[in-house]
Structure formats: structure tokens, C-alpha cells
Design a protein around this ligand. Sequence first.
Ligand SMILES: [Zn+2]
Length: 302
Amino acid sequence: MRLLSLFIISSIILLGCKKQEKPNGKPHVVATTGMLYDAVVNIAGDKVTAEAIMGPGVDPHLYKATQGDLAKFNKANLIVYNGILLEGKMSEILKKLGRQKPVVAAAESVPKEMLKSAIGYEDAFDPHIWFDVKRWKYAVKAISHALIKLDSSNQQFYEKNTQSYFNKLDSLDAYVKSRISEIPEKQRILVTAHDAFVYFGDAYDIQVEALQGISTVADFGLKDIAEIIDLIIENDVKAIFVETSVSEKSINAVVTGCKEKGHDVKIGGYLYSDAMGELGTEEGTYIGMFRSNVETIVNALK
Ligand SMILES: [Zn+2]
């Protein structure tokens, strides 16, 4: 197995040395998550061809690159990934590819002092920076820089689009703040399966509680479930949430546990955490999925 992965990695390196072809004369950009892909499309428009490795409902913490993905990475003129160990199983390949071609870990451009440490992991940071618009803008800026470096003839076009996308992101930020403030302060508790919303809580003043840590790799225990149940009952929490890229099992166990203790807690709906909705729908864009999450949270907790 180890030999095979060594072989795959060296093949990538060898292929990577060849001059990359640009079909239609346009650079080809490969992003790992939908959020990153959406940023590329907003900045680059039709000046590049772009694709995402992970679609709706895919959990990046557990995702392993397929042969098809490796071929996509090889074809790419630029690879964009989140970094901070979000793409747990792909991180090594991505780092190696970075010696052969432009590869940018967009989330790693967020200043260290704005990162939160990962609960339960020594010397690691929480990778879910996209749920604070302010932090996400650093990642967008890094993608913009990488595109300009790759294709400087379209610099002005990329700069103009980045600015207009920033304006939209600022409006989103204001929208989220105003909607979350509609929830009475003591009801502002967001319970989810895995801890993807720490930056969201920090930026928009809502307490976040999760069964699993910041990665879905570690399992939750009965003790975690009991603690969350107590917290829900103590604070009279009305609703808790399921994530589209994480199994519902743990959240259902919490609902059942609360019922056994005489407290009725509802499933408030589905939240997009580490993956977005289908391409071509509102929720298939960063802004659309963010608004959808906020709508779901406010409607269930208000
Ligand atoms: Zn996650």
C-alpha cells in the first residue's frame, strides 16, 4: 500500500515536470472544496476552466483522492486547497505537488492570530475558516493573487472581480449579523454533530456546541452525548442541527436522549458545514449556502 502511494506520488511528480497544456488556451484550475471552487469562479469567470474535487455531501476530513482526482491534479495549472489539515488524507499529495506547480493553501493566508486552536489536537488550528466572512476574505484574496500570478495578462479583470466579490461578501457579513441578532441572546446556542462552526460563533455572537471535535475522524462517546443532552435541557434549547456532510446518527441519539428525559428538542434542519449544495442551485454557491444556513438557524431558534 505504502509502495503504491509512493509510486502514485512519484508519477505525479514526473508528470508535473512536463509543461502543462492549456486547453482552449485557458488555464485550468482545480479546487478541493466547493467553497474554494466558487471563489475561483467569482474571480476568474470564463478566463479559466475550473472544477472541484469534492461535491455536495462529501466530508473533506475523510476524503481520499481517487485515481481520477490525481489525473485532475496533474492536468491543473493551478491547484487551490483549504489547508490547515482540512483535507486530512490529501494533504501530503497536495504539499508534494506544490513543488511542481502552483498550489495554494488558501485558508493558510488567514493571519495566525485570527485562527482558533483545534480542540483536542495539540499544535493544530481549526480549518473551518469559511464560516466567518472576514476570515474567508483572506482566502479569497490568496486565490486572487494566485490567479494573477498564473495569468497576469488578465490582472485587471481579476482585480475588478475580486473587488466586486468583496462587496458582495461584505453585504453577506452584514446580513448574517443582523439575522443572528434576531435570536434572543439566551437562545443563541447552536448544537451540531461536528465542530465546524467555531469561527461562525466567534464572528456572529452565538455559542456553538458539537458532539465531535473539529474533525469527523474522531468518534463521539456516550459521555459527550450525555453532556450535550444536559446542556440542551439546562438551556431549554429548542432545536439542534444535522449537517449535510456528516452522519445524522449522533444528532438523532441526542434527540432521543432528550425525549427520554422529558425534553422535546427538534431537528432544526440541515446545515451545510464542510460541503455546499448542488452546483447550479443557490446553495451550490458560497453566499447562497451561507444564507441558507442562517435562515435555517434563525427560523429554528428564534
Ligand atoms: Zn469539518
